[in-house]
Ligand binder design. Structure first.
Ligand code: HEM
Length: 424
């Protein structure tokens, strides 16, 4: 007979029903569902909210393998469901084929060529030289609300900082940057749907960038767009379309991700007071070590990119014991892999001093984030400046009431209300 006294042992080996994915509850805390999948269905076929079927990969070892597996293509033309692949550029609201040739949609040898060319212009040195400007941006934005004692940190800080930073880096003149802020705002508010406003914003941005590339070709400066036009490798250059697609992907890959690094990171600090105090103390002592390991840990603990961008099997393969057929899409769940207890000690604990954090928050393999040095600079500057200038910063909402965006690829808050002692 089945008695309650034997139930605990039985339930420890019998998984309950698979958790429901992509609900509102899931969007606010997907980690319990990911823990279930990692344990019971590590390579799991699911139907996405769009109706498309895809494999979700949730264990660290499988995720790392999949991210670097040449049998998994980034080219949407390999998707077996042609309706899905048609015109898909990965850019919200964008259906135009000209922008198809960006890094996250192509494989070697094209990817190798384009990545080598962009790396000649988007160098670690360019990023390092940009540090004073990022500091100036962070301070200027905080000046805007420091006297009031309250703010929505998403709209007043996390959102504008990366858009102004990337505009400056690309060489968009300051007087035009508020247009970019508006266009980007439209896209982040309304997500990737084909709604009119988003499509119009993308069209305006595309037109503006094409025009800017023409102008920079005639009158180059020391900005990144001029660098992209100038970059050559064995006599090869980027075509005008490739330069436009590159400017676009830098903008799209570098914008919402960084908003969410600052937003999720600040939220994690405000809800882990012990860790936050340690960081504040170390900053007050003029140290940067904990800030550096801390930003990596925040990326591992609750990173901006929940699922890596799409991959499609080009040949039959077996991943985590599961057979995957050519044409089937594979989504690597970075947020699940980075909480895998087989890889990280106490994975659900935030530990800013964690040193072995080879997290997958920036991906892995040939598509590893090109903008990681810039993202680190922005994340470290933003968090250090906030905690230093507004030392008693606190959350002004019940965490249960905060709303998460619930997009497929990105994880981030809609708003982050805070309060603090006003600083004149
Ligand atoms: C690729 C994360 C910021 C530019 C990626 C990938 C991830 C990622 C996970 C790989 C996607 C995949 O393999 O499917 C992040 C995070 C960021 C961030 C978490 C912020 C915290 C930036 C910034 C830029 C940027 C600031 C540039 C301005 C790119 C580009 C790629 C990429 C161009 C494509 C690289 C390739 O395919 O070769 N990023 N990113 N990212 N990221 Fe980032």
């Amino acid at each position: 007979a089945h008695t309650p006294s034997t139930a605990p042992a039985a339930s420890a080996t019998t998984p309950g029903p698979a958790p429901e994915l992509f609900t509102w509850e899931f969007a606010s805390d997907p980690y319990p569902a990911y823990a279930w999948l990692r344990e019971h269905a590590p390579v799991h076929r699911t139907r996405l909210p769009s109706g498309v079927e895809a494999w979700l990969v949730t264990r660290y070892a499988d995720a790392r393998q999949a991210l670097a597996d040449p049998r998994l293509s980034k080219n949407p033309a390999h998707h077996a469901e042609p309706a899905h692949a048609k015109g898909k550029t990965g850019i919200p609201g964008e259906r135009k084929a000209e922008l198809m040739t960006h890094l996250l949609n192509i494989d070697p040898p094209d990817h190798t060529r384009l990545r080598r060319l962009v790396s000649k212009a988007f160098t670690p040195r360019r990023v390092a030289e940009f540090a004073p400007r990022v500091q100036e941006l962070a301070d200027g934005l905080i000046d805007g609300f420091a006297g009031t004692g309250s703010a929505d940190l998403i709209h007043e800080f996390a959102f504008p900082l990366p858009i102004y930073a990337i505009c400056d880096l690309l060489g968009v003149p300051r007087e035009d940057q508020d247009d970019f802020r508006d266009w980007a705002g439209m896209m982040i508010r309304h997500g990737g749907g084909p709604r009119g406003g988003v499509a119009r914003s993308v069209k305006k941005m595309r037109g503006y960038l094409a025009d800017l590339i023409h102008r920079k070709r005639a009158d180059p400066g020391d900005d990144l767009i001029s660098g992209l036009i100038r970059a050559s490798d064995h006599g090869e250059h980027l075509t005008e379309n490739e330069a436009a697609a590159m400017a676009f992907i830098l903008l799209f890959a570098g914008f919402e991700t960084t908003v969410n690094l600052i937003g999720n990171g600040t939220y994690a600090l405000l809800t882990h007071p012990g860790q936050r105090t340690r960081l504040q103390d170390s900053l007050a002592a003029g140290e940067t070590g904990l800030l550096e390991t801390g930003v990596e840990e925040l990326l591992r603990y609750d990173g901006p990119v929940e699922l890596a961008t799409w991959r499609y099997a080009t040949r039959p393969l077996t991943l985590g014991g599961q057979d995957i057929a050519p044409g089937e899409p594979v989504l690597v769940v970075l947020a699940a892999a980075d909480r895998d207890p087989a890889r990280f000690t106490d994975p659900d604990t935030l530990d800013l001093s964690r040193r072995d954090s080879q997290h997958l928050g920036y991906g892995h393999g040939i598509h590893y984030c090109l903008g990681a040095p810039l993202a680190r600079l922005e994340g470290q500057t933003a968090l250090a400046t906030l905690l230093t200038r507004l030392p008693d910063l606190s959350l002004a909402a019940d965490p249960a009431e905060l709303r998460w965006r619930g997009g497929l690829i990105m994880r981030g808050l809609r708003t982050l209300p805070v309060s603090f002692t006003p600083v004149p």
